[in-house]
Ligand binder design. Structure first.
Ligand SMILES: C[S@@+](CC[C@H](N)C(=O)[O-])C[C@H]1O[C@@H](n2cnc3c(N)ncnc32)[C@H](O)[C@@H]1O
Length: 471
């Protein structure tokens, strides 16, 4: 497919395109669409001191009745947007999504409109694009951000390639270790990015041009290479440039001749563009070449495999999605030994913070000493079947086993005397060379009778630990 750039009002152009033909739409509509200025209503009345002379030489003064209400003005704007957004939804493929870029003053009205068209469940994020330039108010917090509303056509099935997203530096790299600090972190819904500055290489001269960094991130996250991205308020064509660099197809629309001229200059040398209703030649310098950003292109095939595998993941993975919203989600991915070590560290630190007397030990099978009592620590995440499994319990030199369980949004803890746990857990053969170990599982909502006086909640476990006599 070739890329297409249309010159004209976007509504009839959108109406002429087939259903479900676009994978991703990004738009950045202007607020001043012509019909939306404040209209001040006036009335004149007779007055000795009036500033006007009227019928029969009478003096009149002009009274301002007030500026037309803000809600009316937004009504005009929203009725301009509404049919275009309805078309946008129709054009999106089933897995498609929309990013709607708007000013902080209008975002609330637009959110209500978009919720009505896409459905409230389809709203996924409000991205805050924060920048810092220009003058700053001294009378209120200087407003230095735009809002980008992100909707999926189907909130149960949409493209989001977290692996392909450019990462950003940690705010406190010293806290995460050198490897993680080098890799950076995934962005949140607040993005710091400079505007297109006067001396920026990206600058096209079109006044409302948005930075490639912001648009690239959206396109990388919410489309795959080869897919179709649309911007029907295209301006300088930032979405087009991003698509060329990231190997996507694009459809751009704008009704302003200057925008088309800016895009003609910007895409000089790009062969596979169909220009509809506009001839770009006179704005293009034959000697100029469009330079694809090579770094992105070298990566394109690899990124494609990564993002495709991410996209297909949900079809192949038997994951319940249990941990998706959990603050512990990052821990679930760790290898079992690292999980175990982390669990021990969490429990040890918690005991110290709670004021228990904690010491270390090199004794076989002893992880910590609490109030002088040697303890082993066992750790488990909640399994998808809804239980914890505490394993590798051996008859060693400790008195108590402390079992810490983490669920997506809660935590449990049992404190068990060694004999008690050895009697009630299941033995597992360690093979011809290994030693036998025990394990037990527990449903935190319905623990077995033998666990009833051994804690369960963090509070109950703490009570047991703090009541251990000091030795
Ligand atoms: C804020 S600018 C977009 C800037 C763009 N994101 C960029 O990076 O350059 C909005 C654009 O929408 C265009 N526009 C406004 N009303 C339109 C309409 N009815 N049909 C098509 N384009 C329209 C304007 O001409 C303007 O170029």
């Amino acid at each position: 497919m070739t890329n297409t750039i249309y010159f004209g009002d976007n509504l009839p152009i959108l109406q002429s395109l087939p259903d479900e033909s676009v994978d991703l739409i990004y738009i950045d509509p202007p607020f001043n669409t012509g019909k939306t200025q404040a209209r001040t209503q006036i009335r004149t009345q007779r007055s000795e001191n009036g500033d006007r002379t009227g019928f029969g030489g009478q003096r009149y003064e002009t009274l301002k009745l007030g500026t037309r209400g803000y809600l009316d003005i937004f009504d005009d704007y929203l009725s301009f947007l509404e049919p275009r957004l309805e078309e946008a939804r129709r054009l999106l493929k089933a897995h498609g999504s929309l990013y709607f870029h708007i000013d902080y003053r209008e975002v609330h009205y637009c959110k209500i409109l978009l919720d009505g068209i896409f459905g409230r469940d389809s709203f996924l994020n409000e991205i805050i694009w924060a920048y810092d330039y220009g003058g700053k108010s001294k009378t209120r917090w200087p407003a230095k951000h735009d809002n980008i509303l992100f909707y999926a056509k189907d909130p149960g099935n949409y493209i989001f390639n977290s692996e392909a997203i450019d990462r950003e530096p940690y705010m406190a790299p010293g806290l995460v270790g050198p490897e993680k600090a080098k890799r950076g972190k995934l962005p949140t819904d607040t993005w710091w990015h400079t505007i297109v500055g006067t001396n920026s290489k990206e600058r096209t001269g079109y006044p409302t041009q948005k930075p490639l960094g912001v648009i690239n991130r959206i396109i990388q996250a919410s489309s795959l290479p080869g897919q179709v991205v649309m911007d029907f308020f295209a301006g300088s064509g930032t979405v087009g440039e991003s698509c060329i660099n990231l190997d996507r197809e694009f459809i751009l629309v704008d009704n302003n001749r200057e925008s088309l001229e800016a895009m003609a200059r910007r895409f000089t040398g790009v062969k596979n563009i169909e220009w509809v209703n506009f001839d770009p030649k006179q704005y293009q310098d034959k000697n100029k070449e469009f330079r694809v950003k090579s770094k992105e292109n070298q990566q394109a095939d690899f990124d494609y495999l990564v993002s495709l595998s991410k996209y297909l993941r949900s079809e192949y993975e038997e994951e319940s999605g249990l941990w998706e919203e959990s603050p512990f989600d990052w821990m679930v991915e760790l290898s079992p030994p690292r999980k175990g070590a982390l669990g021990k560290r969490i429990l040890t630190t918690w005991c110290k913070v709670k004021g228990l007397f904690v010491d270390t030990s090199s004794e076989n099978g002893v992880d910590i000493i609490i109030n002088g009592h040697p303890c082993a620590i066992k750790f488990s995440f909640l399994w998808s079947e809804g239980f914890y499994k505490f394993q590798q319990i051996r008859d060693q030199e400790y008195e108590y086993v402390i079992c810490l369980g983490l669920s997506p949004n809660s935590a449990h803890c049992w404190v068990l005397q060694k004999d008690h746990v050895m009697q009630n857990s299941t033995s597992q053969h360690g093979g011809s060379h290994g030693s036998d170990t025990n394990w037990f599982s527990v449903d935190p909502n319905n623990p077995e009778e033998w666990l009833s006086s051994c804690g369960g909640t963090l509070e109950a476990a703490y009570k047991i630990l703090s009541s251990l006599e000091h030795k």
